[in-house]
Design a protein around this ligand. Structure first.
Ligand code: MN
Length: 476
């Protein structure tokens, strides 16, 4: 990275709300796997005489999203028409909130890998409809309006990020907040959250921001990071050559890792915004807002705080937080069985689950009792840590008890002293051990590992190794 220049990043993020129906029509809001133009209503394709009716659940989810971003909610907000011509927009305007958004200023603190946080102020977030989708084939294009009218909130940050890593950390944290709060399904592959990265560069120490370019429609945290890296290099190279950065919208190509110019950026006046006369304003009293927010699920910052005394690495915490069901489970175990047990189970989940944003959950068993029992069995030396991991892997997808699983797999550790003692005798008198026994007696402590290994082998891994070692020492 060129150290004479510094980058400034603001992010806009469109979040698809997890409602049953669309923002202003009764059409199904889940178009996944459905045929083109099959989940639409006259309201979505703008038939004359149609009258939009606001979906109250979308408003509720916006109010909840606001809380998740520590934002104020407007007591009065309303919708505007944003005009432009495009074949995927049958009304000729998008319904959005230009002047009076529902969600006002807020703050998101996103954890960084070095243990610090990047604080990103939210400027506002507004409710709006999505457009349809065009697919281009050679000399013609087809339009699918299934997505037209889908409820979105568009979250707009202040330009508070100054590195690709900060942009990525913010995107990842925002995704967690929205998913945990139940605002969205957060399916990135299906575009449930799409990030636009606004980036400008300026000489270090400059008080003026440079001209910015906006990279549109990034649908992974990694592409947010890579697009920011690429734009920084591209803009610095232009400035170094004495050229200027054009204010424009750019697209991202994930395969080549490059951005490319799409169109110059419109100014607000080009859209001829006007209040939508068909839709009454949203009026919410403080009591109504509180009621909507009162039964919200716990969010990632709550769990980070709750787990802070467990001594978990950040990578472990990240793995757990990647799945809300894991976070809830560990938190419940912590409440029911204490920190030590929660910590043990946390490590199993962290090493057994992927943090990959596109990997589906593998576990189906979220009943705390089995995991608690398994952790206690390890604590009581009934299972080795390797055997416990094997039981855990089955427990994840089973409703059997860990003891039954361990018995079936013949994994229970033998801690019965007389049983192990017999094996120890066998190993110590075996001619194959003669050299090791002699060495040990001569003061070479290291060979005890070999002897314990022989005992583990003879017992098919079931002898308690600590007990075996104690017996060897006693006998020699
Ligand atoms: Mn928008």
């Amino acid at each position: 990275m060129n150290s004479e220049y510094e980058m400034t990043i603001g992010i806009e993020c469109h979040v698809q709300l997890a409602t049953v129906t669309k923002l202003f029509s009764p059409a199904d809001n889940d178009a996944r796997g459905k045929g083109p133009n099959s989940v639409i209503d006259p309201i979505d394709f703008g038939l004359p005489g149609m009258l939009p009716i606001l979906n109250n659940r979308a408003v509720e989810l916006a109010v909840i999203a606001g809380r998740a971003m520590n934002a104020k909610i407007a007591n009065v907000s309303r919708f505007d028409r944003k005009h432009y011509f495009y074949p995927d927009l049958p009304n000729g305007y998008q319904i959005t909130q230009m002047y009076h958004p529902t969600i006002l200023a807020g703050l998101v603190e996103a954890p960084m890998d070095d243990g610090g946080f990047v604080k990103v102020r939210i400027h506002h977030a507004h409710l709006e409809t999505d457009a349809g989708k065009l697919t281009h084939y050679g000399d013609y294009s087809l339009v699918d309006l299934n997505r037209a009218g889908t409820p979105l909130i568009e979250i707009v940050t202040e330009p508070d990020m100054h590195s690709p890593q900060e942009a990525k950390a913010f995107a990842a944290e925002l995704h967690k907040l929205m998913v945990y709060a139940g605002v969205t399904f957060g399916d990135l592959y299906h575009g449930n959250m799409r990030f636009d990265v606004n980036l400008s560069v300026a000489p270090v120490g400059s008080t003026e921001l440079g001209k910015r370019a906006e990279v549109k429609n990034l649908n992974s945290f990694r592409s947010v990071e890579r697009a920011a890296e690429y734009e920084f290099k591209r803009q610095v190279a232009l400035l170094e050559k004495g050229e200027r950065v054009v204010q424009e919208t750019r697209g991202w190509d994930d395969a080549s890792g490059r951005t490319s110019s799409q169109r110059s950026k419109e100014d607000a006046q080009d859209y001829r915004y006007m209040p939508d006369p068909d839709i009454p304003p949203i009026v919410l009293t403080n009591e109504q807002i509180e009621k909507m927010q009162e039964n919200m699920p716990q969010l990632p910052p709550f769990y980070r705080d709750k787990w802070s005394n467990l001594g978990l690495d950040k990578s472990v915490i990240d793995s757990l937080l990647a799945h809300q069901s894991y976070a809830v489970l560990i938190s419940t175990i912590q409440d029911n069985a204490g920190d030590e047990i929660a910590k043990r189970v946390a490590h199993w989940f962290a090493s057994g689950v992927s943090t990959d944003e596109e990997t589906a959950e593998v576990a189906s068993n979220f009943v705390p009792e089995g995991y608690v029992e398994l952790a206690k069995m390890v604590g009581a030396n009934e299972l080795s840590s390797t055997a416990a991991k094997e039981v855990f892997n089955e427990l994840l997808v089973s409703d059997k008890s860990p003891r039954d699983i361990a018995e079936e797999k013949n994994l229970l550790q033998v801690s019965d002293e007389s049983a192990i003692s017999a094996i120890v005798d066998e190993v110590l008198t075996d001619p194959a051990s003669a050299k090791a026994v002699e060495d040990f007696k001569a003061g070479n402590e290291k060979v005890i590992g070999f002897l314990v290994g022989q005992i583990m082998k003879k017992s098919q891994g079931k002898a308690n190794p600590a007990l075996a070692q104690k017996l060897i020492r006693e006998k020699l």
